[in-house]
Design a binder for this molecule. Sequence first.
Ligand code: DX5
Ligand code: ZN
Length: 219
Amino acid sequence: MKKIQISPSILSADFSQLGNEIKRLEDAGADMIHVDVMDGHFVPNLTIGPPVIKALRKYSELTFDVHLMISPVHKYIKDFADAGADIITIHPEATDNLAESIKHIKSFKKKVGISLNPNTEVNIIENELENVDLILVMSVHPGFGGQKFIPEVIKKIELLKKLKDDKNYKYDIEVDGGINFSNSKDVINAGANILVSGTTIFKENNGNIKKNIETLKEV
Ligand code: DX5
Ligand code: ZN
């Protein structure tokens, strides 16, 4: 069984202190930092872009797990690679040519992820599964933190795990949205090995981030 990793989403962090918040997450045992980029077009919310990621890069050596909820996405990939993203995750609906966008991310020596919205089925990316490092399963409709987990995505996680085992694919399975102490074990048992969390990590146990990260990892 792969080690369970936690990728806290800074969408729930104090945006006026993002550098210090990233240091706080690293000190509390975060395995990587989930950076939610939103353009107000692909999703109905706007957050940060490459200049902010560039500014945050010096605050931590942790992997920047950058989730691009932007479209069109292809022409911005270089900017995020240059800003210091380590994993660049895109939505298939945001590019005209998924295979080309995957190649483009790899050309910058970055890890590539594909994110599947709750209504997006695995079969539309079946041909790319062997080429990616990460599948980001959305367990909420993207755009905001603090939403309710959609339990129907458990089946998608199980399918991705079966495909990975049957065909010996290498991708990590990351789940993102509404993850809390009552569903994290189900998500891990279904096959996820990376959990994203914003609200639970920053708000539970009076904001004891270390305790919240450790609790989410428990199987
Ligand atoms: C939503 C983002 C998620 C979200 C997770 O569009 O992709 O990463 O910030 O936040 P919580 O854990 O609060 O659902
Ligand atoms: Zn995200």
